[in-house]
Ligand binder design. Structure first.
Ligand code: BQZ
Length: 676
């Protein structure tokens, strides 16, 4: 039975209210942004030169790879910069350790993006011409496909070093692949699983600067996106491997937590290294003296000597950046839009505010596993059987008044009802392929009855049929991220609207790092989630579009027996996504995404809620902010704006640096290495 029904009851979604992004990117080719080449001379900040002169650091030319990554000046909006100053972030997360590839998290908000570099890079792709879209080289500086397209040989930067001076190379790549991705006892924080790179894909070391992928499909260029941030950012094998259970007495938990936040100067390939951590207060990072990127004059990057992350709340990030006591925020919670707009409009406003396109969206995800993912009790198992019933999912979607949900967050032209699936206004979106079930409580109740649910005890909540869960009230546990006002507002709205339908929803509001365990562990009946880049860009995080593997989809993962109990329409989604990944034909890919959108929205794989734009908030003293940088597209703005190129002109520099003239790692100076 095809998963795409003939047109019956749904409509196409309402057109989003006019809301123009405030600035458009200048579209370029990837090669206009950067290249790799040796330069005749290199330079560094004076205070770093003093370390060299004191014999505490090798000369800068020896700290750089043979051919550093060179950012091209014409792509720098304000040209080559000067050294100095700091970027002060505020984040709502909290670090539980530095072992990112082992599953530890650092608190988000850009701290991981600035520490862990990946084989390719996609954040800046928002400015790359659509017909030339391909991930940028990064740790992998070039690659070529074999004749038959099944092999991809990747050339790593040569002679680059970790921030502790140890060499970077293929052994780091192979340790990540073999002992963190393929070892399913490890859950790397970026969410990589073997299926992220295609069923049956292998990777081998050719030499210290070369690795070779072998794919079952021919030339699946799609996987180059999976080799970017989140899913292929190798860690320092020289200190991680000895802690891995395969090479030590550690268990997997001890491996994940082997480098707590107190372990300073954790070796990174990123621009800044953690040198100070004060719980619930701040994390300070100083420039990496071995950073492998330069500008065209050979000035070693970053220009900013320091970045810091105040450990506060996400809402406070907006407030502090608008007030000028912080420097960067992704304005993503609509509750703060009006006040932020008002303050940013003032002549003396310290921060510039720039709205982008509607790339932030929320979805209600019914847990679709029927075979034990998350070890459900009897009631939860009964709910999951309901979740797997299209009549029940139709009852939910008809009962949701998306317009009033959006307006409960913010009035005005910002939010638009979101049916689920690919976002309106993005490149693979097709309105005619999108089924929208508009608010209709009568139809909702009709479908609830069709799903076999009646309020048999007259208490206003429908009951399971007598043979199921003892005929008790239908009570649904809904997982909510406690760290965002918006998530909680939407959850409260859904709870009220479900009450009107006759379903009791209990909110399970969970914060920070434990939320990920609930989400990945399937410990929920429904979950409210702010979507990832897969539904915005399609090409980034593609494996998350459907349960293509046992641990790739958000709301349907393998049960206790390791198998995925996919429903027929889900299997068709999986087949469509796999065909998309294997195709290099743009017309075919566009068609496949139309099919995907039809299957997703007609079968209500999940229930879209609302979609709206975010705004980039950055202190006005910073230069080199690319025009039209979205807060979220292929990645977050902390990657998109290319922070290692940002600078503060000399006449605007502040004394905000918390540890001026210090470096990480240099034994005996700066903060020096502190062992755990
Ligand atoms: C941006 C982002 C940078 C994670 C996180 C956080 C985690 C999720 C998501 C966002 C925060 C900010 O988002 O909200 O604006 O700075 O960090 O990584 O929501 O809980 O797990 O996926 O990126």
């Amino acid at each position: 039975m095809s998963a795409v029904f003939a047109q019956t009851e749904w409509t196409t979604p309402p057109d989003p209210p006019e809301f123009a992004a405030q600035s458009e990117p200048v579209f370029v080719s990837g090669s206009d942004i950067q290249e790799y080449k040796a330069l005749p001379e290199y330079h560094e900040p004076d205070f770093v030169k003093a370390f060299v002169d004191a014999g505490k650091l090798p000369p800068v030319a020896e700290r750089l790879p043979k051919e550093p990554l060179v950012f091209k000046t014409p792509n720098m909006p304000d040209g080559m910069g000067v050294y100095g100053d700091t970027m002060r972030h505020v984040i709502g997360g909290r670090p539980d350790g530095w072992n990112y590839i082992g599953g530890a998290t650092q608190g988000w908000g850009g701290i991981d993006i600035g520490m862990y570099e990946c084989l390719t890079r996609t954040g800046p792709l928002f400015q790359v011409k659509a017909d030339e879209l391909e991930p940028l080289p990064n740790l992998a500086k070039s690659w070529e496909w074999s004749e038959d397209g099944h092999e991809l040989t990747m050339h790593l930067i040569e002679g680059a070093k970790w921030s502790d001076g140890e060499p970077f190379g293929a052994d780091d790549v192979m340790f990540y692949w073999e002992d963190n991705v393929l070892d399913t006892n490890v859950a790397p924080t970026g969410g990589a699983t073997p299926e992220s790179f295609g069923e049956g894909t292998t990777l081998e070391k050719i030499d210290d600067a070369t690795v070779k992928w072998t794919f079952k499909q021919a030339k699946p260029t799609q996987f180059l996106y999976a080799m970017a941030y989140g899913t292929f950012c190798p860690g320092p094998a020289h200190i991680l491997k000895p802690q891995h259970p395969k090479y030590s007495e550690n268990n997997y938990d001890q491996y994940k937590n082997a480098f707590p936040p107190e372990f300073l100067n954790f070796p990174v390939m990123g621009a800044w290294v953690p040198v100070e951590y004060r719980p619930d207060d701040v994390i300070v990072l100083r420039r990496n003296p071995y950073y492998w990127k330069v500008d065209e004059n050979g000035n070693q990057l970053p220009y900013l000597n320091e970045v810091s992350y105040r450990l506060s709340t996400w809402a406070d990030r907006d407030v502090q950046t608008i007030a000028g006591t912080a420097d960067f925020s992704n304005l993503e919670q609509p509750e703060n839009f009006v006040e932020s707009l008002r303050r940013a409009a003032e002549e003396t406003a310290p921060a510039r505010l720039q709205f982008g396109a509607r790339t932030i969206g929320y979805t209600l995800y019914p847990n679709l596993s029927g075979n034990g993912w998350g070890e459900p009790n009897e009631l939860s198992q009964a709910v999951r059987e309901l979740n797997r019933n299209i009549d029940f999912r139709k009852a939910i979607t008809y009962a949701i008044d998306r317009k009033s949900l959006g307006e409960s967050l913010v009035k005005g032209p910002f939010t638009t009802p979101y049916p689920g699936g690919l976002y309106a206004g993005t490149s693979f979106y097709d309105k005619d392929s999108t089924a929208f079930f508009g608010y209709d409580m009568d139809k909702a109740k009709e479908y609830l009855a069709k799903a076999g649910l009646e309020d048999t005890d007259g208490n206003g909540v429908v009951n399971f049929p007598s043979g199921t869960a003892g005929g008790q009230d239908v009570q649904i546990t809904m997982l909510v991220n406690a760290d965002y006002t918006t998530d909680k507002s939407l959850a409260e709205g859904v709870l009220a609207q479900m009450e009107a339908l006759g379903i009791r929803v209990i909110l399970d509001t969970v914060s920070g790092n434990s939320l990920a365990e609930y989400q990945q562990g399937g410990k929920y009946d429904w979950a409210i989630l702010r979507n990832g880049s897969d539904l915005v860009s399609v090409v980034q995080g593609t494996a998350g579009l459907a349960p293509v593997g046992p641990r790739t989809a958000f709301s349907h993962r393998a049960g206790t027996d390791g198998t995925l109990d996919l429903m027929p329409f889900e299997q068709e989604m999986v087949d469509t996504v796999n065909k998309f990944i294997a195709s290099a034909d743009n017309a075919e890919r566009a068609d496949l995404m139309k099919t995907y959108q039809q299957i997703y929205t007609q079968n209500l794989y999940a229930i879209g809620l609302t979609q709206y734009p975010g705004a980039l908030l950055i202190n006005k003293r910073f230069a080199n902010i690319p025009a039209g940088a979205p807060i979220f597209q292929f990645n977050w703005a902390e990657d998109n704006v290319i922070r290692e190129r940002l600078y503060v002109p000399a006449d605007k520099q502040t004394t905000n640096e918390l540890h001026p003239n210090t470096l990480p790692n240099t034994p005996g100076v700066g903060n020096g290495p502190i062992s755990n």
